[in-house]
Every structure is written in structure tokens, then in C-alpha cells.
Design a protein around this ligand. Structure first.
Ligand code: IPM
Ligand code: MG
Length: 370
């Protein structure tokens, strides 16, 4: 039985609560002999700042670089609003993405029929929705230089961020999208703002050329990012795989999350290049939702996005597609049985807490396993 080393970084807010439910699920798979998971736990975000004045310590960075996969909760909260920019909680996550070279962020948005009524859109618009947002994660305006606020000396300041993309960055994220599309609905929608941005013009050219050269069998269309935002809420089922840059991907994936009923439902995988020698790739798995400080510590957070992120680790890091399918089915079964955390309940519906939802998913796994 293979042993996989996981680094757990629960982080802040609801992070630790939802991470506990992942540990239960990992232990269940371990007990079934599917694989054995060795875990270590580190600090990231505000809790890391409180402990050692950094958003992530060098020691925890080293653990992350060595792990087979990092399982990440959430970072941030009002407690750290005043900390210096370089050590703000989000800096820990951004450093992990950059240093681990996790350029490909996969954000599937699936609307379970049982949850269609929890979405703010009409049932027929979202029911059975299954789209995959592929967000470029290590480039663009998040990391481009210069990035600064300069004093103009006349009582004015200037804030500068730089949107920058090189050909290779666009090409490698394009490949990820086309490869995924081949295993799904065979359609890619590429999105940028080529009507305003030079980086958008290049993005469009590179994706078009890559498609022509290597992926002509996949259907490709281009949509401007603002129009795509509109189409996502108008008729989201027109999409299969959406590929876009770091900033547009950040925004559009939050929109997509709400189609599925709640931010508490969306998992994600952040992947690096596969090492040709070992066949391994660095990877970090995190829910799309944040630290939700308003409900932290109450035991009411929805653990499904976090558990689903572990499911993506099974699929994309450990080659355990069958186990991942089983976990997806367990989640669907629990939702179909009517169990709801507060975020996915319709008004008046009874709700359960984080622990009960995690226990129910483990019980459903047991039933599926027979
Ligand atoms: C996300 C988050 C992060 C981002 C924050 C926490 C830095 O919003 O993963 O979508 O902007 O990428
Ligand atoms: Mg975001």
C-alpha cells in the first residue's frame, strides 16, 4: 500500500474546523487499505504571523516543498487587518503558490440536483451544472512588477500593479485546459480582455495558435471576460472548460461558486508541472471559500469544499480516481438525503453543523463500500 505524505495547513477562521473533517475522511480511506496517509501540520496565515511574525515560516515552506500534497484550509480575518502588507495572511498562500510553481488552478463548479434550490439562480439554469474553471495562478497582475505605491510629492500617491504574461505561461495553462476538455465535454472557452489589454491580445493569439497546432479536435471559443461573467449567470451550461488569467479567474470562480448554491461547495486543486523523471507534481488543494471569520468557531461551517479538495488530491496527486469518485458519490448521497449545513439550506430547513456533516459523509462512504 502506497504511503502519501500530506502537509495540513488549516490556517485561520473556519480552516481548522473544516480540516478536522478531512482528517476523518483520510483516516477512513487509510482504514480501508486504499492508501496510507501520513500527515504533518503547519501554520499559515494569521496564526503563523502570531506565532513567528511571518505568514508562513521557512520550516513550514520546506515541509510544503517536500510533501506529496499540501491540504490548505483558509487564511485571514479582521484580527490581522493592520499587519504589514508583506506578512499579511494572504502572503502565505501566495508564497506557497509561487515557490511551489503551482501555475494551474482547477476549480470545478458542480451543481448537485439536491442543491439547485440553494442557488440564487433558477433551478433549470443551474441543475446538473458541471463546469471547470482553469485559472492561471502564478502570473498576471498578482505577481507582476512593478507593484508599489509611490509618493508623487504633490499630495498625491500612485498605486501600480502590473499585468504581465509571457508566451510559455499562456501556453502551459492552455495545455492543461485542452487536456482536461478532452476528458470532459471537449470544449474550451478562453477568456481575456483583448479589446483593452495587450496581455489579452497575446493570450488570445497564443491560445489560438496552440489550439491549431495541437488541439484542433477540441472546440475552442473566445469570450471577453466581462461578457463571460454575464454569460455565467445567464446560461452557465454553455460552458465546459473555461481558461483564463489569474485575476479574471479569481473573480469568475467566485461567481461560478454561487451557481452551485454556496461558496462552501467549491473545491480546488493547484498543480505544478509534472516532473518527467518521477512522474510527480507539486500540488496544493484548497477550498475556494475563505476563512469566514463571521462564523468561525461556531461549528456551523460547511466542510464539503474542503473534503472535495481532498477528493481532488486523491484524483490528481495519487492516481486514486476510484476513491475520488466514491467520495464524490458519498457527498452527493448525503445531499440527496436532505442533510444541510446552514449555507446550503433553504429558509426554514433544519441544519446540521460541521462535524455532523463530516460524520455523515464518512458514514455514506461506509455504505458505498458495503
Ligand atoms: C482565492 C482567494 C485568494 C486569491 C486570496 C485569499 C489571496 O481569493 O484563492 O480565490 O485572490 O487568489
Ligand atoms: Mg478568490
Amino acid at each position: 500500500m502506497a504511503t502519501h505524505n500530506l502537509l495540513l495547513l488549516p490556517g485561520d477562521g473556519i480552516g481548522p474546523e473544516v480540516m478536522s473533517e478531512v482528517v476523518k475522511v483520510a483516516n477512513w480511506f487509510g482504514g480501508q487499505g486504499v492508501a496510507s496517509f501520513e500527515t504533518q501540520t503547519g501554520l499559515v496565515g494569521g496564526c503563523a504571523y502570531d506565532a513567528h511574525g511571518q505568514a508562513i515560516s521557512e520550516a513550514d515552506m520546506a515541509l510544503a516543498m517536500a510533501a506529496d500534497a499540501v491540504i490548505f484550509g483558509a487564511v485571514g480575518g479582521p484580527k490581522w487587518d493592520g499587519v504589514p502588507y508583506d506578512v499579511r495572511p494572504e502572503a502565505g498562500l501566495l508564497r506557497l503558490r509561487k515557490d511551489m510553481k503551482l501555475f494551474a488552478n482547477l476549480r470545478p463548479a458542480i451543481c448537485y440536483p439536491a442543491l439547485a434550490d440553494a442557488s440564487s439562480l433558477k433551478r433549470e439554469i443551474v441543475e446538473n451544472l458541471d463546469i471547470m474553471i482553469v485559472r492561471e495562478l502564478t502570473g498576471g497582475v498578482y505577481f507582476g512588477e512593478p507593484k508599489q505605491i509611490i509618493d508623487l510629492g504633490n499630495g498625491q500617491k500612485r498605486g501600480i500593479d502590473t499585468q504581465v504574461y509571457d508566451t510559455y505561461e499562456i501556453e502551459r495553462i492552455g495545455r492543461v485546459a485542452f487536456e482536461l476538455a478532452r476528458k470532459r465535454g471537449n470544449k474550451v472557452t478562453s477568456s481575456e480582455k483583448r479589446n483593452v489589454m495587450k496581455s489579452g491580445v497575446l493570450w488570445n493569439e497564443v491560445i489560438t495558435a496552440l489550439h491549431k497546432r495541437d488541439y484542433a479536435d477540441v472546440q475552442l471559443e473566445h469570450q471577453l471576460a466581462d461578457a463571460l461573467g454575464m454569460q455565467l449567470v445567464r446560461w452557465p451550461k454553455q460552458f465546459d472548460v473555461i481558461v483564463t488569467d489569474n485575476l479574471f479567474g479569481d473573480m469568475l470562480s467566485d461567481v461560478a461558486a454561487m451557481l452551485t448554491g454556496s461558496l462552501g461547495m467549491l473545491p480546488s486543486a493547484s498543480l505544478g508541472e509534472t516532473d518527467p523523471k518521477t512522474g510527480k507534481r507539486k500540488a496544493l488543494y484548497e477550498p475556494v471559500h475563505g476563512s469566514a471569520p463571521d462564523i468561525a468557531g461556531q461549528g456551523i461551517a460547511n466542510p464539503i469544499a474542503m473534503i472535495g479538495s481532498f477528493g481532488m488530491a486523491l484524483r490528481y496527486s495519487f492516481g486514486l480516481g476510484d476513491a475520488a469518485d466514491m467520495l464524490d458519490k458519498a457527498i452527493a448521497d448525503v445531499l440527496a438525503s436532505g442533510l444541510r449545513t446552514k449555507d446550503i439550506a433553504t429558509p426554514g430547513e433544519a441544519t446540521v453543523g460541521t462535524v455532523a456533516m463530516g460524520d455523515a459523509i464518512v458514514a455514506a462512504l461506509g455504505k458505498i463500500a458495503g
